[in-house]
Design a binder for this molecule. Structure first.
Ligand SMILES: *[C@@H]1O[C@H](CO)[C@@H](O)[C@H](O)[C@H]1NC(C)=O
Ligand SMILES: *[C@@H]1O[C@H](CO)[C@@H](O)[C@H](O)[C@H]1NC(C)=O
Length: 225
């Protein structure tokens, strides 16, 4: 009865059918696993309708360039391969059913959990980032700065750098580094093995090091990421 409706209403409703029954496409990936059928369709909506009609179809791969429509029976929706020419569209099962923690998208030791964000967001996962990392994939360095202050430990490493960001990036990649003293006038980045919470900051360091600043990882991300 349901499929008869689709046939009668025809292609005018194709897009509506797709939007209600499928997730938004995940671009740049191709789902692996059992392929039920491969064909060419003139639009992703027609491919969606074919997936609706075919029992066992859980998702489809679509290549917009040439209309390749691969109907898939994949149960494991994490088994994907990056492919710039394809997109994956998944059949919803009752509630929102998005792609999840694909190939651990969380960078920098972030952990991935399968929390759907919203129906309008193709991301079906959330990254929980370590202190000093923010962004949807923990890709952003997040740090703060206290001018004229330093810890003056200088015991975890040293490097010439261009700016405070490079200094904290160096700290991030150096084992044992927890904070840094950055001397702008010299482009010097001195790493500390403690933070200003553990070791009091010296507040008049600029007497010896003009333009010095204490840099620390900020553990609190902005609400939107
Ligand atoms: C369409 O793209 C697919 C996947 O890249 C390829 O295998 C197929 O040969 C292409 N078909 C045509 C008609 O170009
Ligand atoms: C840490 O970052 C948050 C979000 O950007 C900001 O509101 C907060 O003031 C920062 N904390 C410090 C100590 O800089």
């Amino acid at each position: 009865m349901l499929s008869l409706c689709f046939l009668l209403v025809g292609s005018a409703s194709a897009f509506r059918v797709q939007q209600e029954a499928f997730t938004l496409p995940t671009l740049g990936f191709r789902l692996l696993g059992t392929q039920l059928k491969s064909q060419y369709t003139r639009s992703t909506a027609v491919c969606a309708q074919d997936c609706m009609r075919m029992s066992g179809c859980t998702a489809y791969n679509y290549k917009r360039d040439n209309g390749t429509c691969q109907l898939m029976a994949a149960e494991d929706l994490n088994q994907v391969e990056p492919d710039p020419e394809f997109q994956i569209v998944i059949k919803k099962r009752g509630r929102y059913f998005g792609l999840k923690c694909i190939e651990n998208p969380c960078m920098n030791e972030g952990t991935c959990s399968n929390d759907p964000t919203s129906v309008h967001n193709i991301r079906g996962y959330k990254c929980h980032c370590p202190c000093g990392r923010c962004g949807s994939n923990c890709n952003k360095l997040h740090f703060g700065l206290v001018e004229n202050a330093c810890i003056y430990m200088f015991n975890a490493g040293y490097q010439k750098v261009e700016n405070p960001r490079d200094c904290m990036s160096f700290c991030w990649h150096t084992q044992g580094c927890r904070s840094a003293d950055y001397i702008n006038s010299a482009g010097a980045c001195w790493l500390n093995s403690v933070t200003g919470d553990e070791e009091p900051l010296t507040m008049d360091c600029d007497k010896w090091y003009p333009g010095v600043a204490y840099l620390f990882f900020n553990c609190t991300c902005d609400v939107d990421n």
